[in-house]
Each structure stands twice: as structure tokens, then as C-alpha cells.
Design a protein around this ligand. Structure first.
Ligand code: UT7
Length: 325
């Protein structure tokens, strides 16, 4: 059966580092609070680069590793909740800048679970035979939708992009199982409004719009632990494997305490979980792509290793992919 095999990954984060001490100079917080409550020490914040700029750099690196030419790409999917524009999509901008003239391109919105949703979507296009080479991107400039006066959210996030190229092949490197979930009933836990509905019929009654992230932190915290635990369990069942078969679990990088609790509830050693949130904070749809690229470049994964990628976020959404690298 045809599957999508990872033939290249890449990532890019803006050069400007914002430390916890920098934040302590902006809002009533401290390195001690942020480190102990989240595990985050610093994050990268765009000093002018757009989401498509970050996505393009990450994609260029993934493309170089893959050995493909841009013209060989059939499809580009970009997971993001911070596109440059409502239209065109980030994926279309990246397509043009790469010179990937034969690729279809679209964005996908599943918040911090976006990279997982995009990978699973790419795999469907490949396994049905419609496309051979798909570029999957997770890219965000979350700093644009943060309220920099709200200490309960602005300390958590960072900007960045991760990319991956899946290519049709047989053999190791493909998805052995996947799970996607949504719970729109919990949408109020994590929101960011878009442009208000104002037209000749509404007057300006709905004109007030605060385009910043609002979060019920503790509710999302509890949801995240359950989501990681459930998704790991379900994706293992789907693939007919057990935790012993898995070398690493790569969770969405939101909070070290969430991951510690999830490790406990899934009876998995914490050491199995890969973390880099200390350096980047929560980069939303980009976090799993950035971390996977880092793991591969550090030589932590060799062909045949099995890894679970697991995400959760706004929507609320969650999902996991069990991958044989
Ligand atoms: O990608 C998915 C998106 N989001 C997440 O995964 C986030 C999930 N939630 C969390 O990670 C945690 O709930 C937070 C890190 C956001 C907050 O941690 P917490 O342990 O749940 O803290 P809390 O909200 O219960 O707040 C405890 C105290 C409060 O003060 P009082 O009322 O006890 O006096 C907050 O006002 O900490 C205060 N606080 C802060 N203090 C210093 C909240 N943010 C800060 C801050 N610095 N940055």
C-alpha cells in the first residue's frame, strides 16, 4: 500500500530571543514563576518576519534535505492560525516563493493540533494515489495575537515554523496509525476573535473586536492532560502496538507540567517525552514540526524507530500520529 514517507524536515525560528527576564520588565511576572509553572525559559519573537517568511525558510530547508526540486511538489498544506492574510493563504505565498508551480496549496486551521491534522490530511492525498510529494508546514507568528499586557498568556507563546516533506513510497517512514478529535463544545476555553461582522444590516453594533488570545488556562491544562493520555492510548490500539514499541513521544510543547502529568497517567517514563519548550515556548501549530526536525538533526531517530506525535489546542482539538521513521 502507498504511504507518505518522511524524506525531509526543516525548521526556522526568528533570531530575536525574548527571555523570561525580558518579560519581567514588561508585565508583573518573573523568571521563577514562568520557569516553575511552565518550564519555558525563552522564546523567539518575530521582529518583522511574517508567518509566510518563517514558513518559507523552514520549507526551503526541508526541500534541501529531501533532494526534491520545488516543481516536484504536488501539494502544500500550511497549518496556521496566524496567516499573513485571510487570502491568499500562507501556503499559496510559500508556493510562489519556492517556485513550486505544480503544487496545489491551502491552509488548515486546527490551532496547536494543526501539524497533526496537516500530516494526516497529507497522508490521505498520498495513500489514495492523488499526489506523490506533499509539503506539510506548521507556521505561526503568535506574537501578533498576544495581548502583551496579559501576563497569563503573553509569557507562554513564541513564533516559528516547522516543515516536512512526505513522499509516496513503500517501506519504513510512514504513519502506522492516527487519531483526530474535536470538541467544539469547549471552544470558549481558548479563543481569538476575527474581524467583526459589520455590514449594511448590522450597523456597527458588533464592531468591538479584541483580536487577542483569551484562555481559561486551568481548563485547557486539564483537557490537555486527558487529550494526550487518550490520544496515545487510542493511536497505540489502532496500530496494534504497545508503549514498549515506542522510542519517543513528541507532544505539543505547551507546558512541562502538562507533559509530566500526561506521562504519569499514560504510565510512560517522562524520559520518553521529547521537550524543547524551554527554548521556544509554545509555537502552536509549529511546535511539533520544529521539535521533530530538531530530533532528526540531533540523530535521535534512526530509520525504523517508532514515535508518537501528539497535539492538543484550540477548538478544542487533539490528535496523534504513530509514525515509523
Ligand atoms: O497550546 C495550548 C494552549 N495553552 C496551554 O496549554 C496552557 C494550559 N494552561 C497552563 O499551562 C496553565 O494553566 C498556565 C501556565 C497558563 C497557568 O498556570 P496555573 O498554575 O494554572 O496558574 P493559575 O492560572 O492558577 O494562576 C496562579 C496565580 C494567579 O494568581 P493568584 O490569583 O493566585 O494571586 C495568577 O494571577 O499565578 C498568577 N499568574 C502569574 N503570576 C506571575 C498568572 N500568570 C502569571 C505570570 N506571572 N505570568
Amino acid at each position: 500500500m502507498r504511504h507518505g514517507v518522511i524524506i525531509g524536515t526543516g525548521s526556522y525560528t526568528p533570531p530575536h530571543v525574548m527571555t523570561n527576564d525580558d518579560l519581567a520588565g514588561m508585565v508583573d511576572t518573573s523568571d521563577e514563576w514562568i520557569s516553575s509553572r511552565t518550564g519555558i525559559k525563552e522564546r523567539r519573537i518575530s521582529a518583522g518576519e511574517s508567518t509566510s517568511d518563517l514558513a518559507y525558510e523552514a520549507s526551503l530547508r526541508a526541500l534541501k534535505v529531501s533532494g526534491l526540486s520545488p516543481e516536484e511538489l504536488d501539494l502544500i498544506i500550511c497549518a496556521t492560525i496566524t496567516p499573513d492574510y485571510f487570502m491568499p493563504s500562507v501556503a499559496c505565498t510559500v508556493q510562489d516563493r519556492l517556485g513550486a508551480g505544480n503544487a496545489a496549496a491551502f491552509d488548515l486551521s486546527a490551532a496547536c493540533t494543526g501539524f497533526i491534522y496537516a500530516m494526516v490530511t497529507a497522508e490521505q492525498f498520498i495513500s489514495t494515489g492523488m499526489y506523490n510529494n506533499v509539503l506539510v508546514i506548521g507556521a505561526e507568528t503568535i506574537s501578533r495575537i498576544l495581548d502583551w499586557d496579559d501576563r497569563s498568556t503573553c509569557v507562554l507563546f513564541g513564533d516559528g515554523a516547522g516543515a516536512m516533506i512526505l513522499s509516496a513510497a513503500e517501506g519504513p517512514g510512514h504513519i502506522l496509525g492516527s487519531v483526530l478529535t474535536s470538541d467544539g463544545g469547549k471552544q470558549d476555553y481558548l479563543t481569538c476573535p476575527a474581524v467583526s461582522l459589520v455590514n449594511p444590516y448590522t450597523g456597527d453594533s458588533n464592531a468591538k473586536c479584541d483580536p487577542h488570545i483569551k484562555m481559561q488556562g486551568q481548563e485547557v491544562f486539564k483537557y490537555a492532560i486527558r487529550a494526550i493520555t487518550d490520544c496515545i492510548d487510542r493511536v497505540l490500539n489502532k496500530a496494534g502496538l504497545s508503549l514498549q514499541d515506542i522510542k519517543y513521544i513528541l507532544p505539543h510543547q505547551a507546558n512541562k507540567r502538562i507533559i509530566e502529568q500526561a506521562a504519569k497517567f499514560s504510565n510512560s517514563p517522562f524520559e520518553k517525552f521529547y521537550l524543547n519548550l524551554e527554548d521556544y515556548g509554545n509555537t502552536s501549530a509549529a511546535s511539533i514540526g520544529i521539535a521533530l526536525d530538531e530530533m532528526i538533526r540531533e540523530g535521535l531517530l534512526i530509520r525504523g524507530d517508532k514515535i508518537i506525535l501528539v497535539g492538543f489546542g484550540g477548538g478544542l482539538t487533539s490528535g496523534a500520529v504513530l509514525l515509523e521513521y
